[in-house]
Design a protein around this ligand. Structure first.
Ligand SMILES: [Zn+2]
Ligand SMILES: [Zn+2]
Length: 382
């Protein structure tokens, strides 16, 4: 067995260094994961660009919060509590709680404020500084240390990592678009944004019983909007070419959607449009982070009052969404494999992030995966 792990260490904005680390010693309550795959998402782009500094994320550290892999070593206590053993393939939840505070005990461990190791600001993989032992806290590495409070999910036999790597966007879609929106059988869902979470939201809305699913995107998202229709969207709207509010009215017989989910980054106009388009009594779920544009002069509180709308913010997800997400992916009911567009090795992590961000000309990325042991070494394929 290996005794060291190569890892992509972020040392500055948009700068990685490959470094080698000794593998940690595993005792009774922790484990070591061979990282076979890891999904990339919009927050990896923000972290790469240095935009998470305001949240207190500091360098150097190993990013990567969507790791999947194979347990190579596990303590007796951890094996008993997690119900897994060496050789099992698992998906790792990004956030872990302390397990003892009130927030954890009532089941909201993703909101726990006590679990961060001393010196770290967050109890989340990919956000813990290198200085905190045993350093291997991020998925952009050949091996990941699994601390005692980690939440794991066993992967079904034969599920390829390219598909399993969708567990986080799918869990987000299930929590935000299905659970938290209160969507019901027969409802109309309007999904603003056609990225990986928007596309997974089409599936989540369908699975929750939506009868009419509408997805918006930009003209440059044509490949994603086509995929949305393949996944079951009834209609798509190109917002930089069409009047979104008028188009939604046309598509819903003048009524508007019961549920709208905003997944668009930065822009606030989609929220104003969502308020305008919504059915009276409808719900609007706000999930897209707006960064520096996080105030909005076009917001009309009176429209929310008069239409009796519910506005709900959502952030991250937990076991209540991760479990059904993996079951849904494993069911193969939807052609989710079409979301996977790119796989990169560890040395190309910067290129992987640039590709996901749409900064590499000619590459139409939807879901990008990192395979730290190299493309050829991805185990468990279909
Ligand atoms: Zn993510
Ligand atoms: Zn806690």
């Amino acid at each position: 067995m290996a005794t060291t792990a190569r890892a992509a260490v972020q040392v500055a904005d948009r700068t990685f260094e490959i470094r080698e680390f000794d593998l940690p010693e595993i005792s009774t309550d922790d484990a070591l994961l061979r990282v076979d795959a890891g999904g990339l998402c919009g927050s990896d782009v923000e972290q790469y660009d240095g935009e998470l500094a305001s949240l207190g994320v500091t360098y150097p550290l190993i990013p990567g919060h969507e790791p999947l892999g194979t347990i190579v070593e596990i303590g007796e206590g951890a094996a008993r509590r997690w119900g897994v053993e060496a050789g099992d393939r698992v998906a790792v939840e990004p956030v872990f709680g302390c397990g003892s505070c009130r927030t954890c005990l009532v089941g909201d461990y993703r909101r726990c404020r006590r679990a961060a190791p001393p010196g770290a600001i967050a109890s989340a993989y990919g956000a813990i500084p290198l200085a905190i032992e045993p350093s291997l806290w991020g998925g952009f590495a050949e091996y990941l240390y699994l601390g005692p409070r980690t939440v794991l999910h066993k992967l079904g036999a034969g599920l390829p990592f390219e598909l399993a790597a969708l567990y986080q966007p799918m869990a987000a879609a299930i929590r935000w678009c299905a659970h938290d929106s209160g969507i019901k059988v027969g409802d109309t869902a309007l999904i603003l944004g056609a990225g990986q979470r928007g596309l997974c939201s089409v599936v989540a809305a369908r699975a929750a019983g939506a009868e009419n699913v509408i997805v918006t995107g930009l003209a440059r998202d044509a490949h994603k909007l086509a995929l949305a229709r393949e996944l079951g969207a009834d209609a798509t709207i190109v917002v930089d070419q069409e009047d979104m509010v008028a188009a939604v009215r046309d598509l819903t017989g003048g009524e508007g959607p019961d549920v709208t989910i905003d997944l668009t980054p930065v822009a606030t106009q989609p929220i104003a449009d969502a308020i305008e388009a919504a059915k009276p009594g409808g719900t609007i779920v706000l999930a897209g982070l707006k960064g520096s544009a996080s105030t909005m002069p076009e917001f009309s509180p009176d429209r929310v009052v008069m239409k009796e709308l519910t506005l709900k913010g959502v952030f991250a997800q937990d076991i209540r969404a991760f479990e059904p997400a993996l079951r849904l992916i494993e069911s193969r009911k939807y052609p989710l494999e079409k979301l996977h567009t790119h796989t990169f090795g560890l040395d190309d992590v910067a290129l992987a992030i640039e590709t996901l961000a749409g900064r590499v000309p000619g590459e139409d990325a939807v879901h990008v995966m990192l395979a730290p042991h190299g493309n050829g070494a991805v185990a468990g394929g279909a």
